[in-house]
Ligand binder design. Structure first.
Ligand SMILES: [Cu+2]
Length: 82
C-alpha cells in the first residue's frame, strides 16, 4: 500500500515537471534556430520573437502547457522539430 502511494506521487511529480523542463528546452531550440539567421519574412520574425517572449513569460508564471503551445507556434514557423 505504502509502495503504490509512493509510486503514484512519483508519477504525479514526473508529469507535473515534464512541462516545466519542456519550455526551457523549446526556448533554447528557438534561440539556436534564430542564431542561425533563419530565412523568415519580417512579419514571421516578429511573430516568432513575440511567441518566444510570451512563452517565457507563461513558463515563469507556471503555465507550462500554454507556454509549450506558444513556443510550438514559433518552432513551427522556424521549422524546428520538438
Ligand atoms: Cu515551463
Amino acid at each position: 500500500m505504502k509502495r503504490s502511494l509512493a509510486l503514484a506521487v512519483a508519477v504525479l511529480f514526473a508529469s507535473g515537471t515534464a512541462f516545466a523542463f519542456h519550455c526551457p528546452k523549446d526556448m533554447k531550440q528557438i534561440d539556436d534556430a534564430l542564431a542561425k539567421n533563419p530565412k523568415l519574412t519580417e512579419a514571421q520574425m516578429k511573430d516568432v520573437k513575440a511567441q518566444r517572449a510570451k512563452g517565457e513569460e507563461l513558463h515563469k508564471a507556471g503555465k507550462h502547457q500554454e507556454s509549450v503551445d506558444e513556443l510550438a507556434k514559433a518552432m513551427k514557423t522556424l521549422g524546428v522539430k520538438s
